[in-house]
Design a protein around this ligand. Structure first.
Ligand code: NAD
Length: 404
């Protein structure tokens, strides 16, 4: 077959360790034989980030703003142990954090469901997408220990020097206090990203805070969401046949457990941190979780939710066989191709993305899977394969779906 032609390049962000190995294998086995791949390539591997003083991360985020769609491989966020391992000049910041801040984006995480792997909550027959607000609250807090006898106050000084004060607590014993903030602009960006993503994927939005207790802080989130929805999205949601639903966080948790899935659950920063791990675990595996960063002006960066699978990489380096799950990384590529195909009006690229996803799911449902899924799957005919053989098994099915 003639290779599928692309119009606009994808921004390609290469990464580290085992996922870097998988990245190349996916391209060689499942993409370049079928697509005349055009990418604007950035090597976000730690070696190159260190060489460029992390400029490459900034450049890749700027390219994403320019072209609109990126696909990213997992990358190492350096810690103390990585300093000697990679001979680093500095403990470079998380690339995801840098890119997220530059795109002002919201991260959406969605599980990939396959037969044979039942969620711990059996009623969850459709995926629950968690949208986590990625700015502020406890992640940008200021904390203090207070000695007995201390009076703790909250003080806000406006630009003219006027002070507003509230007593937090008069301490009769030792204690602790914490200050947090968020910004209306960031909450508004979060709301728009969520509503846009809902329209894109034709799913309802659930949002929840604790506004009954936090009458100013959490209530501001509720009010901003409500105002933006009423003014900018209500009519579009009605036309698309989807809903925006607000409730209290405790009520939301109870409803989520009783639900069948199939909606976007927008969460404040901390709620999203906790709930995305709960949801990922409940659906079965981190390696089956996709992630997309969406900016309020419609820029998309697709990736796997998991990290670089370091332990498998060390095995790979020793020449031992690995059985690493490539599904979430594959779905990062298909997500990016589908979006690029939609934006550039290339139905054949959208169809390629659909077929590749279908082939991947078929492979697992036929019983061929990597070690992590082998432990979870209830299929009787299951068979554990290595990293490369899984991709080859997907390719056999992809060829059939593409009629080549
Ligand atoms: P990890 O996601 O790589 O691994 C966590 C656990 O899940 C491990 O037991 C691993 O074996 C298993 N696992 C994850 N993905 C798997 C897959 N595809 N197939 C089979 N098993 C899989 O996270 P970690 O070990 O905490 O971190 C390793 C490195 O990844 C760190 O340097 C960290 O900074 C980086 N990291 C990057 C990202 C990102 O780029 N988005 C996210 C998380 C961690």
């Amino acid at each position: 077959m003639a290779k599928i032609q692309m119009k606009t390049p994808l921004v390609e962000m290469d990464g580290d360790e085992m996922t870097r190995i998988i990245w190349q294998e996916i391209k060689d086995i499942l993409i370049t034989p079928y697509v005349d791949l055009k990418t604007d390539y950035y090597d976000l591997g730690l070696v190159h980030r260190n060489e460029t003083n992390d400029q490459v991360t900034v450049d890749s985020a700027n390219a994403t703003k320019k072209y609109g769609v990126a696909v990213k491989c997992a990358t190492i966020t350096p810690n103390a142990a990585r300093m000697p391992e990679y001979n680093l000049k500095e403990m470079w910041k998380s690339p995801n954090g840098t890119i997220r801040a530059m795109l002002d984006g919201t991260v959406f995480r969605t599980p990939i469901l396959v037969k044979g792997i039942t969620p711990y909550i059996p009623t969850w027959t459709k995926p629950i997408t968690i949208a986590r607000h990625a700015y502020g609250d406890v992640y940008k807090n200021v904390e203090m220990k207070c000695p007995a006898g201390a009076k703790a106050e909250l003080v806000c000084t406006d630009k003219d020097g006027n002070e507003s004060r509230e007593t937090i607590y008069n301490f009769e014993c030792d204690g602790v206090i914490q200050g947090m903030h968020n910004k209306s602009t960031s909450i508004a960006s979060f709301a728009r990203s969520v509503f846009n993503f809902a329209l894109d994927t034709k799913q309802d939005v659930w949002f929840a805070t604790k506004d009954t207790i936090s009458k100013k802080y959490d209530h501001t989130f509720k009010d901003i969401f409500s105002e933006i929805f009423e003014n900018e999205y209500k009519a579009k949601f009605e036309a698309a046949g989807i809903e925006y639903f607000y409730t209290l966080i405790d009520d939301a948790v109870a409803r989520v457990i009783r639900s069948n899935g199939g909606y976007i659950w927008a969460c404040k920063n901390y709620d999203g941190d906790v709930m995305s791990d709960m949801v990922a675990t409940a659906y079965g595996s981190l390696a089956m979780m996709t992630s997309v960063l969406v900016s309020p002006d419609g820029v998309y960066e697709y990736e796997a939710a998991h990290g670089t699978v370091q332990r498998h990489y060390y095995k790979h380096l020793k020449g031992e066989e690995t059985s690493t799950n490539s599904v979430a990384t594959l779905f990062a590529w298909t997500g990016a191709f589908r979006k690029r195909g939609e934006l550039d009006e290339l139905p054949e690229l959208v169809n390629f993305a659909d077929c590749l996803e279908k082939a991947t799911i078929q492979t697992i449902e036929d019983g061929i899977m990597t070690g992590d899924l082998y432990l979870l799957s209830k299929l009787e005919n299951k068979q554990k394969v290595n990293t490369e053989d899984f991709l080859k098994a997907v390719d056999e099915r992809l060829k059939k779906l593409l009629n080549v």
